[in-house]
Ligand binder design. Structure first.
Ligand code: TXA
Ligand code: MG
Length: 314
């Protein structure tokens, strides 16, 4: 059974090398002291995640980031503009490093971000440690946006959960690799590419061929329990509907990501609505209406197509 704990208890657990689930503005994370190998190993165990996946390290501010990584002027400009917020920067690791090699999967780089969430920042302040924290879901399951999703996903374990305000953004952070000459987008996420382009016009996009740089690109990563059928223009008998804009007619279970067609609103509901729909035991699939590929639509469609691609990444 999972259990809820206070901020003080959470800080103590982390200092003692245990894993605590905590809220961020993107999704809930499974947090542990990023300088403690055993603590970090527990994260991988809980997630049943392939060991080669490096984890994102959360720090309380830019000054804390500079303890662990080299920030180029360009990286500093992004950090100044978007931290705290849903942006992870992959940066050259400063050596020697106190960070566990398990966190970086042995790479000479580290993914850092400052979360924009009161409870997360209070926890970072209280522990005064960098926190490794992937999304708080077992590999291949949906990411959680509230404490009850986490409790459901880990009900078989005795995971401690620090409850806080629901994750407003509802999508993982956007990841940019800042270790090349031109910054490369490794993962679409809660910060739109348009916003990033206003600060740095020159960016590239990692193709699928180039994978494993961000193994978050593994297809099954976001699969719900029930098959997804994308770009649905009608709903078949036995299907649930995940609508966007004017909903398709259906007599089955149905939720609308955004009746007004607002992509930010849709992103914030995406994981929680999929969680809710997959609980209908009698449905055969979730029919998902088309989502436009603009703004946060990229990240939403990215998550949905991974969820739909259940066979490719078993
Ligand atoms: O919004 C988020 O980013 C959430 C919340 C909890 O902050 N965290 C999250 O972490 O999504 P995770 O571990 O699920 O995703 C980490 C992604 C993976 O795709 C990983 O491979 C990539 O970041 N990553 C981390 N460090 C990296 C590195 N040094 N080089 C390349 N990719 C890295
Ligand atoms: Mg994840």
């Amino acid at each position: 059974m999972t259990h809820f704990i206070t901020l003080e208890e959470a800080a103590n657990e982390i200092k003692n090398g245990h894993v605590v689930a905590f809220p961020t503005e993107t999704v809930y994370g499974l947090g542990a002291d990023a300088t403690n190998d055993e603590a970090v190993a527990q994260i991988y165990t809980l997630k049943t995640r392939p060991q080669f996946n490096p984890l994102i390290v959360h720090v309380k501010d830019l000054a804390a980031a500079e303890i662990y990584a080299e920030l180029s002027p360009l990286a500093r400009r992004l950090a100044d503009t978007f931290w705290p917020g849903p942006l992870t920067l992959i940066l050259p690791l400063k050596t020697p490093s106190k960070l566990s090699k398990l966190v970086t999967a042995g790479l000479p780089t580290v993914g850092l971000r400052v979360p924009n969430h009161q409870t997360a920042l209070a926890l970072l302040d209280e522990v005064n440690l960098p926190l490794a924290a992937p999304s708080a879901n077992p590999s291949g399951r949906l990411s959680p946006t509230d404490a009850y999703h986490v409790a459901k996903l880990f009900e078989e374990t005795d995971l401690s959960i620090l409850k806080g305000e629901t994750s407003k953004i509802g999508l993982e952070s956007t990841i940019i690799d800042m270790t090349q000459e031109t910054p490369v987008i490794l993962r679409y996420g809660g910060l739109s590419i348009d916003a990033i382009k206003e600060v740095i016009p020159q960016i590239e996009f990692a193709g699928h061929s180039e994978t494993i740089k961000a193994p978050g690109q593994l297809l099954k990563h976001y699969a719900p329990k029930i098959p997804l059928r994308l770009n649905a223009t009608k709903v078949y008998a036995g299907e649930a509907l995940l609508a966007f804009g004017d909903p398709l007619p259906t007599s089955g279970p149905s939720l609308n990501l955004s009746p007004s067609g607002d992509l930010i609103e849709a992103a914030s509901h995406l994981f929680s609505f999929l969680h809710e729909l997959e609980e209908h035991a009698d449905i055969t699939a979730i029919a998902v209406m088309p989502i436009p590929n603009t703004g946060l639509g990229h990240a939403i469609n990215d998550r949905l197509s991974r969820g739909a691609n259940r066979e490719e990444n078993k």
